[in-house]
Design a protein. Sequence first.
Length: 424
Amino acid sequence: MARAKITSVRGVKDILPEESPRWQRVEALARETFARYGYSEIRVPVFERTELFARSIGEETDIVNKEMYTFNDKGGESLTLRPEATASMCRAYVQHALYSQPGVAKLFCIGPMFRYERPQAGRLRQFHQIDAEAFGSLDPAVDAEVIVMLADFLSAAGLKDLSLQINNLGDAECRPAYARALQEFLRKETTNLGPEVQERVERNPLRFLDSKDPDHRAIIARAPTIDLHWNENCQKHLGAVCDRLKGAGIRFEVNPRLVRGLDYYCLTVFEVTSRNLGAQNAVCGGGRYDGLVEELGGPPTPAIGFAIGMERLLQLIGGEADESAAPASPLDAFLVPLGEKAAAEAFALAGELRKGGLRVDLAFGGGSMKSQMRRADRSGARYVLVLGEDEIAKGTVSLRDMRESRQEELPRAEALSKLLAGRR
Ligand code: HAM
């Protein structure tokens, strides 16, 4: 009886060979763009101590409350697959004292993130982010530079029709006053919404603003907004960011209702959305988190960054890039050995050609000349090298140019130099 197939987990996808080139191009573009702004790559682990995410993203957030892949390892330690990279990058920044280097530390990270969300179009349980973070400056010019870099990357990736929204979530002085005003409003408005909602309003009223529930959204639409509470510092900061962005020719909108699903933010927050993505319309989100490094045991270090969702980005880039793409890895040569002795020689010859920098494959497992030639044809290789008993006896190889449909028998060394001379 045939055994049952094992499929991948819900909300988790394979990136197949024909899709990989698009991923590689986008990653290469991010690396090139970010390098022009002085960013270096950091690779942080895919799992961390659970406490790291609980302490940074916030105990009351949906991410920490409902969406983390948390497990005890065999030593009984609670670990979590990273739901985002900012917390890990801050942890690494503190652990390796990256703050001891002068200037702004600019880091980026590319890789998979894990959230136990309900899978739907644009929402996965394993997804990928391109994440950039700048540590060590309060200067609003850094906020602007981060956003300009993001816009630069998105436009180089060919994305159009995006909308950039910016808000200022207040600082340590004015945010508590706003939270109190919001709490007062919500206490009155949520009396019929059950104890769970009311507890949330008591513990962290700002988190109510994330709710997707239509009844809650109606209340949120009437709730006081942060702009009524901005102090001079926040107004100046936002004004300076906006001025720089206008100067750089970036189109954006200030939206005092923009909130983010993570607790660590202060001052500038922003989101890039697209009309072409459906319900999950955010391509990128980010903002300042001036207290987080200190919260994780480091020195007081203001910081700001963003993360782009790669699946959503690729969805927007669409099929165009695919059509223009070269085949995943075109072969230069395909070897067809006829007989066992030829198979051993072909194996060695393939090695020599590869050492010379060529992309080479060979027919394994024997078979008739006809079936091997069919394999050679399907491989898409420019040249096919046939090694039969005759060729072995004479020390030659039959070299067939598949593009020109021409075949010639050449001494082995000559065939080798011909192929190597034509290499890309
Ligand atoms: P985030 O808004 O939670 O922010 O995620 C950033 C982006 O990741 C989203 O805009 C979206 O494109 C993508 N994304 C999030 N969840 C999913 C999912 N389940 N499936 C597919 N794509 C998803 C953060 O993660 C912050 N760490 C951003 C940041 C960096 N803030 C400061 N620095």
